[in-house]
Structures are given as structure tokens and as C-alpha cells.
Design a protein. Structure first.
Length: 416
């Protein structure tokens, strides 16, 4: 039985008469770019990646006014370094023993974890975004090459299987975003990043650069394929653009069937440069089943139209911006069920066009678009958006692939 005094206190609180609620640190994944961790996953988030990633960790107490004030400042750091460094936080209210073992006696406190073998250290500057950002950015490894008149030809022509990406800048040194791209786990093995200062006029004129910043890519065994980046000068879109050509040595030459005429990688793997690629036996590894992320598969009975491609591309951009560095990634593609009949049997769409979201990792499973009891829900932009919202909200029900084995792929001609 609840005592009268407790009932009165509860009633006062409900009526707003219990005094103003004290401010507290509340990190919201949909509002903040900070990754909140626990003692249990510290090793999995930070320690495990010390060889390749720089991290910062804010130790806070939920009811500490200084921590409450620092939240927005630290979130600015997380937003500016999104994708480039791990910007994390841990509650010393929830995990006091962990904070004590880390030597944290007062909060807010920030520890910075450079790449190995450099030791972790406590940030000693002002608890402001500018200072913390500068300190973390300083330790992002720089694998860029300063390209000048003397080394430009060697830079472009060596390692022909690796695309060369050049940033032309009116700055003297590579910006943080360029260092982060050059040291990204895959890129540092598969792509060469060059930095050209505006003062290197011979190199600027050689590439006919007229404005700064400009990003150019050259690839191919003779550096014959040239492309200018036209997107936003931000980490994630730049990373996605470079990634189109990073994993397979794009631009290298491969022999045709029977050792005949050579063809470029673009001709051999067209899906790597398509906005919304078709999912087939040949493309499935690059497009969906290798690498991170969920596969959003648009299902058609026949070929996809340009209008549908534009629709899917728009949805991809919308959800990519929402999901950037929040632990979720989606890859977009389409499948012709008139050809891939075994997948039509697996997915059993109530009508077409339709869509499924496929999780190809560990346990093969998928969730599909619900067209309603009377098939009143069409497979359009709105229904696809609703499906993805459902997946991201944790409300989607995934079905296991029988036997955990993918169906057989249709046999196509050499160009498919």
C-alpha cells in the first residue's frame, strides 16, 4: 500500500508543484552525433580499433551542471568529425568503477586515444569544442602525398591498380577530412591520396584546375580515366564517391573471356558505377553480400525505369544523411524477378513492384514491404520510406532464410 505522503509527493510532481526538474545529460542518438558507450563495450568500440582509428571519450555525470553545459560543445566535435574519428561518451553515474579505474575523479573529463603505439592521454585544455576538436584532429593519421612538379608523374603512374585522388586547395596543408580519407581502413590499402597547394602552379595548370577546392580522380593502367568530384565537400559523400573505385583496383585492365580483347574494370563491373545497380549473380558480392550494411532491394517484374531509379536514388540520399555514422548503413539495388525466379519464390511479394530489406550478415534474414490485406499499399516512395522507418525503429519482423542458404542465381549472358 502506498503511504499518503508518497501519494501526495507523486501528485505534486505530476501537477508540476514538486519543483523544477534538474537538468541532466541526455544523449539522444537521433539528436546527437555522440556515441554513448558502456564499460562492457569499451573494448569493442575503442580498444579494438586502436590500430586504425582515433577516439575521444567524455566521462560525465548525468546530474553535473558542468557536464550538462558541455554536452552541446562536445556534440559539435562529434558532428565535425563524423566518420573521421570515434567521438564517444560514458556515464560515470552508471559506471563509477570504470571511471575510477581510468583515473577520472572529476567531470567533465575527456580522454583521447590516438592510434597505436601512442598512449591514451587526458585532454588538458579548455572544455570547448574548438580545443577538443583540434586535439583529436591532430592525431588523425596522414597518408596523403604532397604532390609537386617533381613527383606528380610518378604519383599518377605508380601502383596502376590504385586510383589516385587529388585535392587542389588554397591551403598549405591537407585538411582533416583529407587526412581521414587517406587513413580510412580500406582506402589506405587501395587508394592513393594526393594534396596539391594552389602555389604549385605547374601541377594546377597540368590538371587545368580553375577553382579551389577541387577534387579529381585518375585511374586506369595509363591513368587514362579522369573524373571530377561534383558533390559536397564533406567526409561521407567523398568517402562514398571514392569507395566506388577502391575495392577492386578500378581502372586496371582485365582480360576478356578466353584471353581475348581487354576491357576496363568499368566494363567488367558496371554495377560499381551505377546509382542503383541490379542485383545479379555477378554483382551480388560487390553490391550486397560483402561489406557492411543492410541491402534495400527493389523488386520488379522486368527492367527498372529511369523514374524508379530517380526515386530510389532520392530515398538513398535521404536515409544516408539520416544514418551517417550512427551504426547503420543501407545499400540500394534492384532485382528483376522475371529472371531471378528463385528469389521470387523466397520473397513471395504480394504484388510488384515491391521491396525487401535484407540482412546478409551472420544469420541471413529479410523483412518485406507489407502491401496491406487488400493490396492497397503500392510499392512507391511513400511505402518504401515507411518500410525503412519501421526497420530503423526496430519494429520490423525479419524472416530467416530457410536453411541459411541463398537461392540459386539465374544464368545470364556474359554482360550480366
Amino acid at each position: 500500500m502506498i503511504s499518503p505522503s508518497r501519494s501526495l509527493i507523486s501528485a505534486l510532481a505530476l501537477c508540476g508543484l514538486g519543483g523544477a526538474r534538474a537538468a541532466s545529460v541526455e544523449i539522444d542518438a537521433m539528436k546527437h552525433d555522440i556515441q554513448q558507450i558502456t564499460m562492457s563495450n569499451f573494448d569493442g568500440v575503442i580498444s579494438k580499433f586502436r590500430d586504425s582509428a582515433v577516439s575521444s571519450l567524455w566521462f560525465f555525470k548525468g546530474d553535473n551542471k558542468a557536464d550538462v553545459s558541455f554536452l552541446d560543445e562536445y556534440n559539435k566535435v562529434a558532428a565535425d568529425l563524423k566518420g573521421m574519428a570515434k567521438v564517444c561518451a560514458i556515464s560515470c553515474t552508471d559506471w563509477p568503477l570504470f571511471c575510477e579505474k581510468q583515473g577520472v575523479k572529476e567531470t567533465p573529463a575527456v580522454m583521447i586515444y590516438p592510434t597505436n603505439p601512442m598512449p591514451a592521454f587526458k585532454y588538458e585544455g579548455k572544455m570547448e569544442s574548438k580545443g577538443v576538436l583540434a586535439k583529436v584532429a591532430r592525431f588523425i593519421p596522414d597518408f596523403t602525398t604532397k604532390v609537386t612538379k617533381e613527383n606528380v608523374d610518378g604519383f599518377i603512374t605508380t601502383d596502376p591498380t590504385k586510383p589516385k585522388v587529388l585535392l587542389f586547395s588554397n591551403k598549405k596543408t591537407p585538411p582533416t577530412i583529407w587526412k581521414a580519407l587517406s587513413s580510412e581502413t580500406v582506402f589506405k590499402r587501395t587508394v592513393k591520396f594526393g594534396f596539391v597547394s594552389e602555389d604549385d602552379t605547374d601541377v594546377v595548370q597540368k590538371f587545368k584546375v580553375k577553382k579551389f577546392p577541387t577534387v579529381l580522380m585518375q585511374r586506369g593502367s595509363k591513368a587514362e580515366i579522369k573524373e571530377t568530384y561534383s558533390g559536397d565537400m564533406k567526409f561521407t559523400p567523398l568517402k562514398d564517391w571514392v569507395n566506388l573505385h577502391s575495392e577492386s583496383g578500378m581502372g586496371d585492365k582485365v582480360a576478356g573471356a578466353g584471353g581475348g580483347k581487354e576491357e576496363s574494370i568499368e566494363e567488367a563491373k558496371p554495377w560499381l558505377v551505377q546509382e542503383v545497380p541490379e542485383l545479379t549473380a555477378k554483382s551480388q558480392g560487390d553490391v550486397c553480400f560483402k561489406g557492411e550494411g543492410l541491402c534495400v532491394i527493389y523488386l520488379k517484374e522486368g527492367d527498372i525505369t529511369q523514374a524508379e531509379t530517380d526515386m530510389l536514388s532520392g530515398l538513398s540520399k535521404k536515409f544516408t544523411s539520416q544514418l551517417s555514422d550512427r551504426g547503420a548503413k543501407m545499400k540500394w539495388m534492384w532485382m528483376n524477378l522475371a529472371i531471378e525466379t528463385e528469389y521470387k519464390t523466397l520473397f513471395e511479394p504480394a504484388m510488384l513492384p515491391s521491396a525487401v530489406v535484407f540482412n546478409p550478415h551472420k544469420r541471413l534474414r529479410f523483412t518485406k514491404l507489407d502491401h496491406g490485406e487488400d493490396n492497397e499499399v503500392k510499392g512507391d516512395e511513400q511505402s518504401l520510406g515507411n518500410l525503412l522507418d519501421k526497420v530503423l525503429g526496430g519494429d520490423a519482423r525479419f524472416k530467416m532464410v530457410p536453411g541459411q542458404k541463398l537461392p540459386g542465381w539465374a544464368k545470364r549472358d556474359a554482360k550480366k
